[in-house]
Each structure stands twice: as structure tokens, then as C-alpha cells.
Design a protein around this ligand. Structure first.
Ligand code: 3HC
Length: 336
């Protein structure tokens, strides 16, 4: 009988969550065939199911990046909680920022089912090994930026996440259901801020347009590199983690957002933008990929600030984690 090991990252591990087994070729082929059949049949993969090591690693990479994005995403908006223009706006923004913390927690928990502890994922974020969304490395300079983030950034996130809600990994897809509902509220409150400003004074309209000008292109970058330059897409699409490509989702976002901008009198900062009647899609200009690459490699306008703020928050919260661990140890000891 032949024994093989197809896991190059960890030669001893052929199945999920640290089960160190060496499978026969026949057994491995059988499990792979069952896994492929589940994916082809639209069934979800659950934490205790066998899965190829590369599927597990790709999911962990993507889900931890997603969870980090939710948490780092609290920083640019948190910056405006004390300066919101009314009590109602403050209450809404506070609730939104808290929602983002919750999203981070759901996704970290879902990612933990793949065998990595949350503290390890956070270490990877703080050491710069793990990425988070490029969009959060741009500054929030005015109140209108909070509208632009809710409308454009959460709007882009919804386009991506409603599809992820149907992805092949059960815990990830289920985490997306509630997240999408909350993102819809975020999106509407952002659009409402922009619409309100656009009905205001010239200064308010200029402020909204300025936010639009600065956030439009970074929002398009949230969908990742173009399909021809996306090294992870082939795996993720084969395994139905991604059901649509980066470019398809970007197009979907543009098609639904341009009419919203027009409805409130905002101009899209793209001279090449035009409706194509035969494709029934908007054509648009070239994304600045050099800027995108700079931002995702740590050199965006706010990368260093965001990581400092996140690291400080993590260090300042050490006593809370210690207290929680001591409390749960005490509770466990009292049950013995
Ligand atoms: N920002 C930072 N890094 C990005 C990026 C972006 N906008 N787009 C791509 N990248 C990175 C990828 O992580 C990958 O790096 P890695 O291999 O070192 O991990 C590299 O660029 C190549 O990109 P790929 O297209 O090959 O990567 P993916 O196939 O993983 O696709 C993705 C990238 C479309 C962002 C995908 O990971 C994804 O859909 N992730 C889940 C959704 C997510 O993370 N959203 C974050 C937005 S924030 C949010 O939703 C919060 C809300 O409250 C606003």
C-alpha cells in the first residue's frame, strides 16, 4: 500500500485541524472525491469534515484578513464619534462602530474553527504578516467622510459579503448572514448622510463631493487586484469560497452605485465613466494599481498610524484579557 503526504506546508498533516494522520493514497483519493462532490453539489464544508490542507490555509488567510479589516475599520470612523454633528448622528455612529467589533468577533470565531487561535491571528496582524483591507489606510478628514464610508465602503462590503454568505465553508457563510443585515443599515445611514449634505449649503455639498472624490477609487480597490493579477482566485473559485471574481464584483458595485450618486447630485470622479447600452454595464477608467500595491504593502497614507493605534489598543486591553482568563479559571475551578 502507498502512503503519501500532499501537505507541503506541514508534511505530517493531511487533514484539517491538526489531525496528524498519514493516509493511504486510496483513502486520500476517496476523501478528496467526497470533498469535491460536496463542493460540486453546493453542500457546505463543516469544521469536522475532512478538507484539503490548502483549502483550510486559504480560508484562514482570507477569513483572518476579513476579521482584521472589520476591527481596523473601526479606527477611521471612531475618529469621528466625539465630533458627530448631533446626538442622533453620534448614537448611530457609535452603534455602527460597535457592530464592526461584533463582525470581527464573528469572523475570528468562524476562523478559529479552522484550527488557529484568535490570539495567533491577532499576532499576525500586529506583526504585519497578515493583511487588512486597504481602504482603512485612508484618512477621515471631514464629517462627509463618515457618509462616504457608510455608503461606499459598506456598500462595497455588502456586494462582496452577500456572495460570501453562499460560500462553501459553513461557519463563514453563516457569519455573513447577520453581518450583511447590519451592513445594510450601515450603508443606508452613510447614504443618508451624503443625501442630507447634498441638500444643504454649498459648503456642505462641496464637502460631500470632496469625500466622494477621495473615497471612490479606494472603494473600487477593496475588491482586490484585477482577475489577471489575483493569485488566490483560482483556488478560491474552484472551491466556491469565491463565487464571483474580483472584477465581476467590482463591476456589480459600480453598476449599482453610479445611479445612487446621480440621484443625489454627486459626480463620480472618473472622466472615462460611461454607460454601455449593449453590455448594460458602466465602463470605467483605469484603477491606480501602483497606489493599491503601495497601500497593501504598508505604505499608504495611514498604515503606520492604524497599526500603532491597533497595537496600543491591544496592549491597553491586556488587563481585560487577563481578568477574563482569571475569572473563567476561577469559575472552572469552582465547578470541580
Ligand atoms: N486590501 C488589502 N489587501 C488586499 C486587498 C485589499 N483591498 N485586495 C487584495 N488584497 C491582498 C490579498 O489579501 C492577497 O494578499 P495575500 O495573498 O498576502 O493574502 C493579495 O492582495 C492578492 O489578492 P487576491 O485577489 O489574490 O486575494 P483574494 O483572492 O483573497 O481576494 C479579497 C481579495 C477580494 C479582498 C478577498 O480576500 C475577500 O473577498 N475577502 C473577504 C472580504 C474582506 O476581507 N473584506 C474586507 C473589506 S472590509 C469589510 O468588509 C468591513 C466593513 O465593515 C466595511
Amino acid at each position: 500500500m502507498h502512503f503519501v503526504n500532499r501537505n507541503l506546508a506541514n508534511p505530517k498533516q493531511t487533514s484539517n485541524i491538526g489531525m496528524e494522520t498519514t493516509l493511504s493514497v486510496e483513502e486520500l483519493n476517496k476523501r478528496e472525491a467526497e470533498f469535491d462532490a460536496k463542493i460540486a453539489g453546493g453542500k457546505t464544508i463543516e469544521p469536522k469534515d475532512w478538507m484539503p490542507e490548502r483549502y483550510r490555509k486559504q480560508l484562514l488567510r482570507m477569513m483572518s484578513q476579513h476579521a482584521h479589516s472589520e476591527v481596523v475599520g473601526m479606527l477611521p470612523e471612531g475618529n469621528w464619534i466625539t465630533r458627530a454633528p448631533s446626538l442622533a448622528r453620534k448614537a448611530v455612529l457609535l452603534a455602527k462602530v460597535q457592530d464592526e467589533a461584533g463582525h470581527g468577533l464573528y469572523i475570528y470565531s468562524a476562523a478559529e474553527t479552522l484550527g488557529m487561535d484568535r490570539s495567533e491571528m491577532i499576532d499576525q496582524l500586529l506583526s504585519g504578516k497578515a493583511k487588512y483591507s486597504s481602504i482603512f489606510n485612508y484618512p477621515t478628514l471631514s464629517w462627509a467622510d463618515i457618509g462616504a464610508i457608510g455608503w461606499l465602503v459598506d456598500g462595497a462590503a455588502i456586494v462582496n459579503q452577500t456572495v460570501l454568505a453562499k460560500c462553501s465553508y459553513g461557519p463563514y457563510s453563516r457569519a455573513m448572514l447577520r453581518i450583511c443585515k447590519e451592513e445594510n443599515f450601515h450603508n443606508k445611514q452613510g447614504y443618508q448622510i451624503m443625501a442630507y449634505l447634498m441638500r444643504g449649503t454649498k459648503e456642505q455639498r462641496d464637502m460631500a463631493q470632496d469625500a466622494m472624490n477621495r473615497f471612490w477609487w479606494p472603494a473600487l480597490m477593496m475588491f482586490g487586484p484585477s482577475d489577471t493579477n489575483s493569485p488566490n482566485s483560482a483556488d478560491l473559485m474552484k472551491w466556491k469560497v469565491k463565487l464571483h471574481s474580483n472584477d465581476d464584483l467590482r463591476q456589480r458595485f459600480i453598476d449599482r452605485t453610479v445611479p445612487q450618486a446621480e440621484a443625489i447630485g454627486l459626480r463620480i470622479p472618473d472622466d472615462k465613466l460611461k454607460w454601455n447600452e449593449s453590455t448594460r454595464h458602466y465602463e470605467f477608467g483605469e484603477i491606480n494599481w501602483a497606489e493599491f500595491n503601495q497601500v497593501i504593502s504598508g505604505n499608504g497614507p495611514c498604515n503606520k498610524l492604524r497599526m500603532k493605534q491597533r497595537t496600543d489598543a491591544h496592549n491597553n486591553g491586556a488587563w481585560v484579557r487577563e481578568a477574563a482568563a482569571a475569572y473563567s479559571a476561577k469559575k472552572a475551578a469552582s465547578k470541580k
